[in-house]
Write a protein that binds this ligand. Sequence first.
Ligand code: GLA
Length: 413
Amino acid sequence: MTSAPSSASQAAVELSAAPDRSEAAERAAQLFEESFGYQPDGVWSAPGRVNIIGEHVDYQDGLCLPMAISHRCFAAAARTPTNRLRLRSAQDETVLDIDARTLAPETVTGWPAYVAGVLWALGSRISGASTRGMDILIDGQVPLGAGLSSSAALECSAAEAIEDLLSLGTEPLERVRAAITAETDFAGASTGGLDQSASVLSREGHALFLDCRDFSTRPVPWDLASQGLALLITDTRAEHSHVDGEYTARRADSERAAQELGVATLRDVDAADVAALESLLAQIPDEVVRRRAHHVITEIQRVRDVDALLAAGAVREHVAELGALLNASHDSLRDDYEVTVPQLDVAVEAARAAGAHGARMTGGGFGGSTIALVEAEQAEQVAAAIAAAFAEHGFDSPVFFLALPSEGAGQDR
Ligand code: GLA
């Protein structure tokens, strides 16, 4: 791996911004009208996310610290006096027109499965006498394939719309669970719940402390802008390949590790005493499984450490220690968990060399995005250094955003 050029005098880069939320909601309403020929009852939206720390631990009852980003998925929708579920998208020509009472896993494929799956998952909440028909127009503004949870944003925007259109009376956590069920049981994809929790439960200006043992959450102040800091997102645009298979394999390794250590999940292992942890891990015969366990257990401890630092003061006061924890997280995902690809490692190395306090991959890995904790005034310089390193390696040009801690899912109009 080569490090980034030390001089950051490269060409200026652009930090892309998300579309303005109210303008985007207006646009979704207009697209609905063009598509269905009448005005929607409302527009709902849900954000994508970055995970600040706590990666590949949600499916082991771990702790995570995600935040919602300002890119959102919009769902303009209206209830109809029928049982037809009709779906259209501003990004894709696939349409769905199905009797909502017949929804079952494998009856719907492609992006519509993530919306239809939510209606199916909320089915037990819908009274037998009620019609289930609705028209929904999706306008997804979360970059696709960037590891920023565009599918969770899709599910969660649909969950908000369905909740309000059918007056179901669900709590936010129930909608989180419905979105998870839609993804795992209906669309047939794998997820541990981090993404849906962040999309529904995040608060503006805050990160979300998430305990995946019971999905309890609390907001944690994360207002970087007022402290002259920024979180730079780099979408590496590296192709996700074999993501599902690798994700499933990592989950299987971590489950095997828990079994061999005699615990229900790796959350039950204490990582505070490093020497004790090493001798405990020595009980795992397979070297790869041992490293997988080492990642999950130490990553959960790093979330505890970050949470303790944030409880003790503002980000600015502990920026060096927080940066070091982000760095350690990435290194563990690269070496122990092996979910990085060269583009993720190069982006992280270049950010660190250009002065970032810390940098790591975020999300599931195997492509997707990195985050870097930087001085706000250096964000463009760090981005330029990453772009230069990508050019030097012959990688596709990355795309940059600032991660502004945003509000979770809700109604727009
Ligand atoms: C993906 C999954 C999440 C989580 C992350 C890794 O984003 O959907 O549930 O497991 O990977 O932290």
